[in-house]
Design a protein around this ligand. Sequence first.
Ligand code: GLY
Length: 526
Amino acid sequence: MDSRRHARVAPPVAVAALLLLLLLLLLRSGPAAATTVDFASQVRAAELRAVARMAATERHSRPGRYAKYTVGHAWTYTTAQGWASGYVSGGVWLMYQMTADARWRRRAAARQAAIGAMPITSDSLNLGALFFPSYIRGFSLTSDQRFREKAVEAALAAAGRYDPVVGAMRSRAGDAFNVIVDSLVKSQLLWWAADHGGPATLRDIAYRHVWTTARDFMRDDGSTWHIVFYDTATGAVTLKTTSAGYGLESMWARGQAWAILGFAAAYRETGDELFLQAARRATDRYLADLPADMVPYWDFRDPAIPAAPRDSSAAAIAASGMIDLALCEPDAPNRARYAAAARSTLASLMSPAYASLGANPALLLHGTYSSQAAISDRGLAFGDAFFLEALVRLRRLRPQGLMLRVARAQASAGEASLAVDRRLDTAWTARGAQWLELDLGVACSVGAFRAALLLGDDRAARLRVVTSSDHRHWARAVTTMASGQTPGYETFGFVPRVARYVRVFLDGTTADSVDSVAEARLFTSS
Ligand code: GLY
């Protein structure tokens, strides 16, 4: 490739291309295009803030201690037994995913260690919440077999809480058999374990647990109960109630968010229409009753509304669930609706109304830990973790920016054209530290690299993306991890710049030394 020729023609072409792009954006949809750019910038800024704030939180968290909620400008802490500790560890793994910085990987492994060190038996509580966001994400990002074994052990213990007469896994301790809506995450633990060395029976138990929850927790209007008690002799429901919401018939915002998240995941896992209907109904009820800024009051039926506290953690959980639902929803208008609702929710959470920009160490303000115990208007560490999860899940959605035409591809080794042949069953492959480069032909405003990695649901990879206008001077764009959870596309956004060449450096995967990109694309923004 003649880089001097390109260097000579690039500047005027760059200006023309930029003007053309701006014109296109304006012609396309006017204000909406501007919103697109703003949302991507909001995400970049939120990621940067998260790195700084999570690092400070980690510096102040002793081993085995887990940030819980803020009091004033400081975190309070809980131990590994606390239900949210798995999400807190998961938040640290998400920082590793975002940054690909090995210090975060070491931090995350250390943070979750106290959870894995606890005895795991069928008497253990919250096994889904403790192990699904932590050890399983850790395994996806590292392929560390010790994490896999621990998560399978936890899944087997959770399955020991299954009662075949009731058709569900028991939630809380106590005399009466009970299930809480939050426990849908247990099924995710079991599904994952069944696919990663655990017995196939875990799938059946996971399915029955969600099926029973869908049958007994959904009200006709799509709202959900918080807790249901059962007679273990007959399997009959003995009581439906709440110990978290405002009242018996109320709609506890976080419970509704757990339902959105849990039913969406169940549909993704099984393709069962019943779970799709449950996910849609829970989501549609939630969306219909939200205030204009997309962040729910802690309970939708609190008569103190609009003076009642909000719960930003419920919004973050719901946003993550709605992205998951948008990714598997078969109906196109619904897909667009759920993706748009998730983006609007995140835009609100990233706005100064909810983003912690001052002395409060959390990422999000205005979380309600427990309104009945009057712990509201706080930063919540698990809410922050779901906010990060939603930001990372956004990578799976199609970018909002325009797709750019790639003129040609080259690589340091291997057949680069296979990464741009529009076929997911062929891939550019090379061994070890290599690069793949996409050439736009002319300089354009570029803000996202989107790629599908071969076997991307089985192994993660570190990607370092750089850009250039002249093929001589290269600027950093983003260094990050592919999730290790999908063979489909993921988008790696960066601050948009004018560039003609985008080069991605890879150095094998967490499973082996082969780099394999099935398809790669470039977009104006993420
Ligand atoms: N899983 C407990 C809660 O949401 O408060």
